[in-house]
Design a protein around this ligand. Structure first.
Ligand code: UFG
Length: 320
């Protein structure tokens, strides 16, 4: 059985669905602080908190857990600057709690959800696994510390990990069964869709003077179902080895391109205004995922921006 911490959240719910389809048994462990019971549709659900060691231990005693996919964490960059304590507790301390229980119970395999935020300001693009990791905010630091903890566990104990560094996760399950809960974040695509559906008056473009083709920031949007596939491949990889993988499409879309595509997909001409840069945004972030392709055999399927936005839009309309 596979334990999915944070399995009632956006990305975790998609992995849970894929594992179910592959007839792998799962148990979701989630405190439902940002997750939703409605998204934990497959396998078992245990409501509990990684801050409470006994609650983690109880789950390991109740189910025959063989490996863990660890999503439960706080993920808002801006909030991490204002309240770093929350991030060091929720991300670093809680991951250590989980690892300590895994070690005690003899569970040796973990797939960890890391982030492009561990790289900080890119020195070059596309970003491969050799790129230096210099985070520029507490969120990125916590993800890097978590990677280092896993690396040290592997060196010291009989343990294996795969850290998957997502670039910009986006889109929703093409069957419309799970997706990102509306109103739960500050990311571009959900906000744009809020504007299209009418719960948001306008969308602000943060900065139009970047050194990019149209002056707006370029990001690598990767479909959440493609991320799900990478986790399943990583689980198999753990039977042999440990390692880190950057996950993206390898192609960038600018903020203006995302906005224009969203207008096309939704058919709504929502209001757009140009405003100042948001602090801490690098101009371009694009993944080099050739290691994941070569080592895991991973190849994104939903790499058209139109498909990514369409699946998110279908889900958004369903929940409206
Ligand atoms: N943007 C706007 N207007 C908005 C919201 C966003 O113009 O209302 C712009 C941002 O300035 C940025 C781009 O859209 O240029 C994408 O912004 P997101 O907030 O959607 O995503 P980020 O690239 O900032 O963040 C993502 C993940 C983080 C991760 C970070 C760095 O959401 O978890 O990449 O890797 F830390």
């Amino acid at each position: 059985m596979i334990l999915i911490t944070g399995g009632a959240g956006y990305i975790g719910s998609h992995i849970n669905k894929l594992l179910f389809k592959k007839e792998r048994e799962t148990v979701v462990f989630d405190n439902l602080s940002t997750g939703h019971r409605e998204l934990a549709k497959w396998g078992h659900l245990e409501v509990g908190d990684l801050g409470k060691v006994t609650e983690i231990e109880n789950v390991f005693k109740k189910y025959p857990i063989e490996s863990v996919i660890h999503f439960a964490a706080s993920k808002a960059v801006g909030e991490s600057v204002e309240n770093p304590e929350k991030y060091y507790y929720n991300n670093v301390v809680n991951t250590l709690n989980l690892l300590a229980v895994m070690k005690k119970q003899g569970v040796k395999k973990i797939v960890f959800s890391s982030s492009a935020a561990t790289f900080g300001d890119p020195q070059y693009n596309p970003i491969d696994e050799k790129h230096p990791q210099n985070p520029i905010n507490p969120y990125g630091y916590t993800k890097l510390v978590m990677e280092k903890m896993l690396e040290d566990y592997v060196k010291a104990y009989d343990f294996r990990y795969a850290a998957l560094r997502y670039f910009n996760a986006a889109g929703a399950d093409p069957d419309g069964e799970v997706g990102e809960w509306p109103g739960s974040g500050q990311n571009l695509i959900p906000l744009v869709l809020d504007a299209a559906i009418g719960v948001r008056e306008e969308i602000k473009i943060f900065g139009t003077d970047y050194p990019t083709a149209d002056g707006t920031c370029v990001r690598d949007y990767i479909h959440v179902s493609d991320l799900a596939t990478a986790h399943v491949l990583a689980l198999d990889y753990l039977d042999k080895e440990s390692g880190c993988f950057n996950l993206g499409n390898g192609q960038g879309s600018s903020v203006k391109e995302v906005v224009a595509m969203a207008k096309r997909v939704t058919g709504v001409d929502f209001k757009v205004t140009e405003s100042a840069r948001r602090p801490g945004d690098p101009a371009i972030l694009i993944a080099d995922s050739s290691k994941a392709e070569k080592v895991l055999g991973w190849k994104p399927k939903y790499n058209e921006l139109a498909t990514i936005i369409k699946t998110a839009w279908d889900w958004r309309k369903k929940l409206a």
